[in-house]
Design a protein. Structure first.
Length: 164
């Protein structure tokens, strides 16, 4: 023993300690590799890419100016909710990037795990890459006033699994 430290000499102790380190590294790698990238509204290239995709894929329902459809909080005669706005008047900014990503990728019902949920929001998992979805979210966020963006970033940071 030297200076209050004990050197591990047992092979079993080395194997146990090594196993713990390997498991921690593997879990960290898996978690990081599967984390949703941050939809950075300050990344000009990402925002420009998202603007083009939004215009082609989203504006038809959510509006060219992110204004959404009329009466978006009230179900229509078909029982479905109209497309909400993605500007400061909507609820988009109330959700973490990961939630927004999942809704875009899997559709509202898919993101909620509800097979029978009826919505006009399509799942884009077979149409857009993960990067393209993140680019659309970055574009949407780039249109929010600073105060709204900061509030959404707080929500995003508090979300489970968020690493920055």
């Amino acid at each position: 023993m030297s200076g209050g430290r004990e050197i591990i000499r047992s092979p079993a102790a080395w194997i146990g300690a090594s196993t713990i380190v390997i498991v921690v590294l593997a879990v960290s790698f898996f978690w990081t590799a599967n984390a949703i990238p941050y939809a950075d509204p300050e990344n000009a290239d990402l925002v420009a890419e998202g603007r083009n995709i939004y215009a082609a894929m989203c504006a038809g329902c959510h509006g060219a100016k992110l204004e959404g459809q009329k009466n978006w909080r009230q179900r229509g005669d078909d029982g479905k909710l109209p497309a909400p706005p993605h500007n400061k008047t909507g609820h988009t900014w109330h959700h973490a990037d990961e939630v927004l990503f999942e809704i875009t990728k899997r559709g509202t019902g898919g993101a909620l795990g509800l097979k029978d949920y009826e919505s006009d929001m399509p799942a884009y998992e077979d149409t857009l890459t993960d990067r393209q979805i993140v680019a659309v979210l970055a574009f949407i966020k780039s249109n929010w006033p600073r105060e709204i963006l900061e509030r959404q970033q707080e929500i995003d940071t508090r979300s489970i699994g968020k690493t920055e």
